[in-house]
Design a protein around this ligand. Structure first.
Ligand code: AMP
Length: 214
């Protein structure tokens, strides 16, 4: 089962991607997480990516495509994967299709988690991320057991730089300009499935499971 998640930043696609990965025992591949890990470890890639991420801009295709193509070719992704945050541009989608078709494979589902912009801005201001493990929560929709402390590792929770209100507005603009065209791209391929992302987390997940298990 090869799945890609579409949706605006803050639509909840990361949370759903993790749940899909767990339920179907396939790797969750998040390009945002990969970049954040690189930033934390001070790598060259991390340094380059950070300048774009902090402004809410996309990291250039050439820094992200090879990384994902290599990752989906690894053994644990042979039977499936859920890609979260990739592709974000048409050239990225084309590169992924080309890499998969070389091994006679293809994306099975493109799941669009649909949430209007006004809800996104509201949601993002309540998002919190763990400085230690990168886990994400929401102060209203997905709170931790103890305020400000990560459930998974006990790390401190912060509002990420790229979740700051001005950056969020820019990320939404970038989303509409560069990523939204992918909806038509996958719709034309007949694999686009849309779910209403304004429902609560468990309901959204149930809709996704219903799509994957027809
Ligand atoms: P995310 O955690 O998926 O929202 O990603 C955080 C940031 O990482 C984005 O705002 C981009 O700057 C960068 N990023 C993640 N994935 C990609 C991608 N596929 N292409 C370009 N930039 C990306």
């Amino acid at each position: 089962m090869k799945i890609i998640m579409l949706g605006a930043p803050g639509a909840g696609k990361g949370t759903q991607a993790k749940k899909i990965a767990e339920k179907y025992n396939i790797p969750h591949i998040s390009t945002g997480d990969i970049f954040r890990a690189n930033i934390k470890n001070g790598t060259e890639l991390g340094k380059k990516a950070k300048t774009y991420m902090d402004q809410g801009a996309l990291v250039p295709d050439e820094l992200v495509v090879d990384l994902v193509v290599d990752r989906v070719a690894q053994d644990d992704a042979k039977n499936g994967f859920v890609l979260d945050g990739f592709p974000r541009t048409i050239p990225q989608a084309e590169a992924l299709d080309a890499a998969l078709s070389k091994i006679n494979d293809k994306v099975d589902y493109a799941i669009d988690v649909d949430v209007p912009d006004e809800n996104i801005i509201n949601r993002m201001s309540g998002r919190r991320a763990c400085v230690a493990c990168g886990g994400t929560y929401h102060i209203v929709y997905n709170p931790t057991k103890t305020e400000g402390i990560c459930d998974a590792c006990g790390g401190k929770l912060i509002l990420r730089d790229d979740d700051q209100p001005e950056t969020v507005k820019n990320r939404l603009k970038v989303y509409h300009e560069q990523t939204q065209p992918l909806i038509e791209y996958y719709s034309k391929k007949g694999i686009l499935k849309s779910v209403d992302g304004t429902q609560d987390m468990a309901e959204v997940f149930q809709c996704i499971v219903d799509i994957l298990e027809v």
